[in-house]
Write a protein that binds this ligand. Structure first.
Ligand code: SF4
Length: 86
């Protein structure tokens, strides 16, 4: 019997850099929400982050790499700027 395994839509370099991404709640979400043009999209992305089991790793990665754009680890760009200043 052949089984189809759902793979996260990440390519090899991404998985090498962020192996935890396979467990991310956003792996099947619309990426444009996470680089939102509107507050509504940003809120939708943050809601997804709220259910994510790898949020800590994601935030750690975003802070470590000084990720300037988008929602990462349940934080907005502005929130990460504040965290990095603190
Ligand atoms: S914390 Fe948010 S941005 Fe990070 S992997 Fe999870 S859902 Fe995606």
């Amino acid at each position: 019997m052949n089984e189809t395994i759902e793979m996260a839509p990440f390519d090899a370099p991404v998985l090498e850099e962020r192996p935890w991404a396979v467990f991310s709640a956003c792996r099947s979400a619309d990426p444009s929400l996470f680089f939102a043009a509107t507050r509504d999209d940003e809120r939708a992305a943050l809601k997804i982050c709220g259910t994510c089991t790898v949020r800590e790793q994601c935030l750690g990665f975003a802070l470590e790499t000084r990720e300037r754009f988008g929602v990462w680890g349940g934080t907005t760009e502005r929130q990460r700027k504040r965290l990095l200043r603190a």
